[in-house]
Design a protein around this ligand. Sequence first.
Ligand code: SAH
Ligand code: SF4
Ligand code: F3S
Length: 461
Amino acid sequence: MTRRLHIKTFGCQMNVYDSARMADVLAPLGYAATERADDADLVVLNTCHIREKAAEKLYSELGRIRRSKEARAAEGKTAMIAVAGCVAQAEGAEILSRAPYVDMVVGPQSYHRLPQLIAEAARRDPSNPSGVVDVEFPAEPKFDHLPPVRHRGPSAFLSVQEGCDKFCTFCVVPYTRGWEFSRPVKDVLDEARRVVDRGALEITLLGQNVNAYHGDAGGGAEAGLGGLIRRLAEIDGLKRIRYTTSHPRDMSDDLIAAHGEVEALMPFLHLPVQSGSDRILAAMNRRHTRDDYRRIVDKLMAARPDLKLSSDFIVGFPGETGEDFDETVALARETRFIQAYSFKYSTRPGTPGAAMPNQIDDSVKAERLLELQAVLDQNQIVFNRSSIGRKMAVLLDRPGRKAGQFAGRSVYMQPVHVDAPARYFGRIAELEITDAHANSLSARLAGEEGGNGSHMERAFA
Ligand code: SAH
Ligand code: SF4
Ligand code: F3S
């Protein structure tokens, strides 16, 4: 029997990966994906808890889904609702009291048990219809129980590391994802070969702290992320390797060296800095200084001169003064990130930051955010404009906005749009950039590319 499954994903790429894996777990039960929540026998909301708005989004989404569940019930059809992801982990049974029509709450480390949970939820006593909750951190990692990936396509995510034990004082991730864990090298290589066999030219290795990776390499040995990347680079047909998200403290010399040695490793790195003030970095428990960050960037540039960086920033962390903030702006200006995310500090219950004195007014946060974003946007547009007239290798992995158009990513993760015949889909094409916008580039075909395009971008160094 075919059943319809609708998964809506919030949050980071790890949630995107997890959503695909939940679909993999449910496929043997006959669940096939549908785009429409009101058609679905099972709706899964894969949630994010990183900032306030994330949980609010969940509850407003749940309100909508409740209406479609009721409409289906009126037609004699069922619709189960599952809340998964980081809000599920953080709030657990609390979700059932706020939204009693939810059938299942399942955390990011226990979703391999969805089939049992669905069975349990279906068996509930109608007189006591409370939903089922599974937010354990099982001793045996979920990866040991997941079926092989079914992903097919030119670009694939691959989670290699989960959880975090850094406990930055603003962050919920250590509480929602649990302790740091790395998948064994062999598991990662098997999954990588499988997605490459299924058409992937690009793999993005994922982890909340991906460069803290330290996986079992067999024979009592351990591999760091640099070692893992070198092994992955041996896979025939894998042209592009990326990884995200990294912590500056785990940017080891070996990993930095890999940037210079491994041709498939893209010359682009997302390396969140959060603040340019040593005082605030210490209060955030980042355990590095602004100069440490600069030194890491210098070493990376020495290893791979054409490397470009993106970053994350938080403004208005408790106690942040005007001078602290100015140091952040100065760092943003001098480091010339080609892309960046910046956020107003959001108080997360249960984190040390929430209990700190000197919380900053929202109006001040808003002002600082605007000022920082102006600098970051300027860096981005300057870089995008410098791309005009250049040839770039772009992996065309999705349809474009208009018919006959494809979109893809440059080695620097810039979205690029191009008119191209259908056979270009899933290829790395050589494009000439014709126009630059704030967040994307336009291009025309300039030829076809066999390699990963890395050599062409060396011109940017
Ligand atoms: N592991 C990564 C970050 C993962 S969370 C690292 O260590 O850098 C992604 C981003 O969300 C963070 O880099 C941070 O900029 C932002 N973020 C996390 N918690 C936040 C909070 N409480 N308020 C505002 N932004 C936050
Ligand atoms: Fe959160 Fe990243 Fe800090 Fe871990 S290292 S606590 S995920 S910000
Ligand atoms: Fe959000 Fe969880 Fe990712 S809190 S950012 S979905 S790890």
